[in-house]
Design a binder for this molecule. Structure first.
Ligand code: MRU
Length: 321
């Protein structure tokens, strides 16, 4: 598969994740405005992919805009929770004195590293899973999308599935549909189908029942920001999964590149949680599904306390708080 996000023909080229699985479509983003809009609409999404978007966005701004610092701020704040976005922006911006070409080279270097770092993190995590879970082959539970589409290439939590599947060790992946935007049903299921990994999609509410029924050996998730004490922000519903996994004695493993770790925050309490548009809940495919003027609580992420996490794994291996 091609990269989720790349640079070509003087544009940021992304796989349009709003169109999958129905249509595989590329978008060429030629202005900072188009890139920011794509980030906000989740056409490009997932923490490591957002890091790449941040760096390439600064490269775009350096070539097309007239106020680099203002454009960089716009990009870095397009979504608040994944620390990778601001990290990618800062990394590219650090080259501003050397000019647009140096910025672009730095952004391209970040993209090149992403796949290697995710491969390394997920390889370490595969060993942790094999160590923590005695049953073979494994039944794994996935939430949101932490696959190729959430990174430049390979994936983090789903990268673990690729490593284990290569070794014939995966019986099934239970895929949380991940309401309200269905990253699990639309994107994770699509990636697993491409790789011929057996999977079933389940409503998010079925996860605890699947654990109670003995259908899950390990929960594998990615992360959007990890605080210094190991608390993990990830897609809404992750915290509930961790509680259910602990209740049933099931390992709960978090996989992320170290660019997702934010040591400026002592605990997860300091992580900004994005709240998204009410229409994601009040409407389904454009049709209202709630009474008029219904108010909503629609956080995109939650924070799982480290005490519920079996292991946080990066390219450096198991991370200690
Ligand atoms: O709102 P999204 O789709 O950007 O949320 C993404 C997630 O929560 C992923 O699990 C996380 O970014 C890890 S991706 C390797």
């Amino acid at each position: 598969m091609r990269r989720t996000i790349d640079w070509a023909d003087d544009a940021v080229v992304i796989i349009d994740q709003t169109a999958l699985p129905g249509e595989f479509r590329l978008l060429h983003l030629r202005t900072v405005g188009e890139l920011v809009d794509a980030i906000k609409r989740l056409a490009v999404r997932g923490a490591p992919a957002l890091g790449a978007a941040g760096a390439l966005g600064v490269a775009l701004a350096a070539r097309t805009g007239d106020d680099l610092e203002a454009d960089a701020r716009l990009i870095a704040t397009a979504r608040p929770t994944a620390v990778n976005l601001a990290w990618g922006v800062e990394r590219a911006l650090a080259k501003r004195r050397e000019g647009p070409e140096a910025i672009l080279e730095e952004a391209k270097a970040l993209l090149d590293e992403d796949e290697e770092l995710n491969k390394a993190a997920s390889k370490h995590a595969a060993e942790v899973v094999l160590h923590e879970c005695p049953r073979r082959p494994l039944r794994l539970l996935s939430h949101c999308n932490a696959g190729r589409l959430a990174t430049v290439g390979w994936g983090s939590a789903l990268g673990v599935v690729w490593h284990l599947h290569e070794r014939g060790l995966v019986e099934e992946v239970l895929v949380d549909e991940t309401r309200p935007l269905l990253q699990g049903a639309r994107l994770t299921a699509w990636e697993l189908a491409q790789e011929n990994v057996p999977y079933r999609v389940q409503p998010d509410g079925a996860a605890a029942a699947a654990m109670a029924n003995g259908m899950v050996d390990c929960v594998l998730v990615g992360a959007d920001r990890i605080a210094a004490n190991g608390d993990v922000a990830n897609k809404i519903g992750t915290y509930g999964l961790a509680i259910a996994a602990r209740h049933h004695g099931i390992p709960f493993v978090v996989v992320a590149p170290s660019s997702t770790v934010d040591t400026t925050l002592e605990t997860g309490a300091g992580i900004a949680i994005e709240e998204r548009d009410a229409r994601e809940l009040t409407h389904h495919a454009g049709t209202p599904v709630t009474p008029p003027d219904t108010r909503v609580f629609n956080p995109a992420f939650d924070v799982t306390p480290y005490e519920l996490v079996t292991a946080v794994v990066t390219e450096h291996g198991r991370l200690e708080p």
